[in-house]
Design a protein around this ligand. Structure first.
Ligand code: SAM
Length: 397
């Protein structure tokens, strides 16, 4: 079984490599075109492209897209090391490109922050996102954010724990040294250009289906969708995203509310709109969650609404008779266990998919938060469900 160094391939909720390989072999060997509409760090994209299958990925997280691209496309290692040397040399005496983030001083010491902002200034001038080698350097910069911060290094979600204060206070974590170290590791793993029939887009899945329908239409979808209230994908990647903002074409403010499963911008009208009863039928425990914890219930309502929109978009991208494989678990929301995979399966069946296979996958080596504040682990089971899209239309949700 392959395993990659955690600090390079740490991505919240990432699919373990052996499962990605297994799913492609089981359901998509010889496929025309496999799509992962929530591709994250690219486990499915990587598994498909290694088998010479045409693969496409979509993700709203530009850091995930960057990680996937570097991993799957590879890069010219010598060119990347030269760019990195130039970046480090020029950043010694340069101006700064400030992080647009009110909380930045909470996460970084003044000396580290200054160095990161100098690196950003030079990186912006070098337009690193235009070449494979440049993207590898940007990834090394993004990956340096966490080790150079005050955050606890164990968790996928950055937080400053007592342990982190005890072990890290007073130490200086130099982003210049870290970026070099990260790039060397990346060179060892991916530092060779790869011929792959791959496209990976930074988009919201619903917008992608509207804007790129022709190029994304596929025979197979294999994906692990966002979880509800278990992994806040923005929060997990926020250090990397603020460091990479304006070096890659995105603005944090534009994407932060678009992550499915987010706790942000909840609207109380979701509790009483026309679809609210349907959502309660899909997740029977929503009734009791609403009584016990109205705000948490709103998160689930919003998640179901957003996942339904995502599934309709995905259905539009899948050829009739095509295969959709979903990997999903259950979640603890406000103390109530929400069996997310059952809800998602019911939604798929209501829009024209028929299940033809299912098995439970043991959860191994996933990046879940360390136990704290009495939290006893979030996801207990993960189920793989395989569906076929009916050829003769659908009933509509
Ligand atoms: C469970 S993770 C997928 C992990 C992935 N299988 C991997 O191996 O890393 C779910 C992904 O959905 C993405 N996501 C959340 N909302 C999205 C949206 N509206 N459009 C596209 N991707 C979204 C998150 O950024 C996250 O990367």
């Amino acid at each position: 079984m392959r395993s990659l160094p955690g600090r390079i391939d740490r991505y919240p909720g990432k699919m373990v490599l052996h499962l990605a390989d297994k799913l492609v072999d089981l359901y998509a060997s010889g496929a025309d075109h496999v799509l992962d509409p929530f591709c994250g760090s690219g486990a499915i994209i990587d598994a498909g492209s290694k088998r010479n299958i045409r693969v496409s990925g979509i993700d709203i997280n530009p850091f995930g897209v960057l990680l996937s691209r570097v991993k799957v496309e590879g890069f010219d290692a010598e060119h990347a090391l030269n760019i990195c040397n130039e970046l480090l040399e020029r950043a010694q005496c340069s101006d700064e490109l400030p992080l647009q983030w009110d909380n930045k001083s909470y996460w970084f010491t003044p000396a580290t922050l200054r160095k990161i902002e100098q690196l950003r200034f030079v990186a912006k001038g070098l337009q690193l996102c235009d070449t494979d080698a440049g993207r590898a350097v940007l990834l090394a910069l993004g990956l340096s954010a966490r080790p150079c911060s005050r955050a606890d290094q164990r968790s996928p979600k950055p937080f400053i724990s007592k342990e982190a204060i005890r072990t890290r206070k007073g130490k200086h974590f130099d982003p210049r040294r870290t970026i070099k170290k990260m790039l060397h590791e990346l060179c060892g793993l991916y530092g060779e250009r790869r011929q792959a029939n791959v496209s990976i887009l930074h988009l919201n899945v619903v917008d992608a289906a509207r804007a790129c329908r022709e190029s994304l239409t596929c025979s197979h979808v294999i994906t692990s969708p966002p979880y509800v209230n278990a992994q806040d994908y923005f929060r997990n990647s926020k250090l990397e995203l603020y460091v990479l903002e304006s070096l890659l074409p995105f603005r944090v403010d534009d994407i932060v509310h678009q992550f499915v499963g987010t706790e942000r911008r909840l609207n109380r009208s979701l509790l009483s709109d026309n679809e609210s009863k349907w959502r309660r039928d899909i997740v029977p425990k929503l009734w009791c969650l609403e009584r016990r914890h109205a705000r948490k219930a709103l998160i689930v309502h919003r998640y179901i609404r957003d996942m339904n929109a995502a599934f309709l978009a995905i259905r539009d991208l899948l050829s009739p008779g095509g295969t959709l494989v979903l990997v999903c678990g259950d979640n603890l929301v406000g103390g109530t266990r929400i069996v997310t995979w059952k809800a998602l399966n019911a939604m798929l069946e209501s829009i024209g998919f028929t299940i033809f296979d299912q098995f439970e996958d043991p959860i191994r080596s996933r990046s879940l938060a360390p136990r704290r504040n009495g939290h006893k682990g979030l996801i207990k089971q993960e189920v793989v469900s395989a569906f076929r899209l009916n050829r003769d239309g659908w009933s509509g949700a």
